[in-house]
Design a protein around this ligand. Sequence first.
Ligand code: HEC
Ligand code: HEC
Length: 295
Amino acid sequence: MNNFLSWFVTIVSVGFFLGCAWLIWWTGRPQKGEASKGEVTAHTWDGDLKEYNNPLPRWWLWLFYITIVFGLAYMAYYPAMGNYAGKGGWTQTAQYDDEIKRADEKYSKIFRGYAAQSIPDLANNTAAMKSGQRLFINNCSTCHGSDAGGATGFPSLKDKDWLYGGSPEAIKASILNGRNGSMPPMSAALGGDKGVGDVANYVMSLSGGPHDQNKASAGKAGFAVCAGCHGANGKGNQAIGAPNLTDDIWLYRGSLGAIKKAIVKGHSGTMPAHKDFLGEEKIHLIAAYIYSLSN
Ligand code: HEC
Ligand code: HEC
C-alpha cells in the first residue's frame, strides 16, 4: 500500500480509538450543575414512573477502557495499521506455511510408509484405500467423478479400458506427469464430407454400432489415414493415448454424429500433471486406489 494510504489508515484507526476513549471520559464525567447521585430527570411515564440520571457504574466504565487498551495493544502486536508490520512478526503466509509444515510432519510418516509398499499390495490394504479414496475425491473427482466413473471427455478410471495403460506404472505416470491426447482434424485427409461420413460409418461398424453397410465398406480404405495412431485394426495405441475404437467404450460419445465431429474437429484431452502439487508419495497411494477399482 502506498505511503499516503498507509498513514491514512493508521491515523484513522488510532484516531478512532482515542476518539472512543475521549467520548467515554467526556460523557462519564459529572456535568456542570449535575448531582452525582439520585437526580431525577423531568421525564415521567404512567403517572409515577420516573427516570433517574445516575452515572455509569464504575466497573462498566472500566470495561470500556480495558477494551480500548486491548485494541491498541492488539494493533501494536499485529500488522493492523497500514504498512506497519507489527511487533509480533506475525504474517498470514507464515502461519499458513507453518500449519502446512506441521500437517506434513504429522502425515508424511503415513504416506512414506505406504510409498514403500507396492501398488498391488496397497490395493488390498483397506485402511490405505480409505485414505486413497479421500485423496481422490479431493483432487480428482471434479473431472473424473466422485465414483471415478468419468464423464464425456474425462475417462472412466474404474473399467478395464485404458487410454494409456492400466499397469501400476502407467497409472502412476498418468497422474505424476499428466497426459495429453491429441488428435488433429482429419477431414482434409479424407477428401471432405463424403470421406468423413464413410469412415465414420466404418468406425461405427468396428464396435457393432448402428451404421450403413455400404458407406462403412467404402470407408474401410480411408481408415488407413487413421491407422497410424489407432492401429490398422482400430484397437488403439496406448503410447499416445489413441483410444480403442472397437470396444464400444467411448471417451467422447459413440454416435455417428460424435464420430464425424471427432474427425472434422479433432480432439485434445488434457490430464494435468500432479507431481508438483501432490508429491510422489501421495500419488503412489492414489495410483493404488485407481488400480484397486478395476483389479
Ligand atoms: C482438470 C481435469 C482433470 C483432473 C483434475 C484430473 N484428471 Fe485425470 N484425466 C483428465 C483427462 C481429460 C484425461 C484424459 C486425457 C486424454 O484425453 O488424453 C485424464 C486421464 C487420466 C488417466 C489415464 C486414464 C487412461 O485411461 O489411461 C488417469 C489414470 C487419471 N487421469 C487419473 C487422475 C487422478 C488420479 C487424478 C487426481 C489426482 C486426476 N486424474 C485428475 C482430466 C483430469
Ligand atoms: C495423430 C494421431 C491420430 C490420428 C491420425 C487419428 N486419431 Fe483419432 N484420436 C487420437 C487421439 C490421441 C485421440 C484421443 C483424444 C483425446 O484424448 O482427447 C483420438 C480420438 C478419436 C476418437 C474419439 C474416441 C472416443 O473414445 O470417444 C475417434 C472417434 C477418433 N479418434 C477417430 C479417428 C479417425 C476416424 C481417424 C482417421 C480419420 C483418426 N481418429 C485419426 C489420435 C489420432
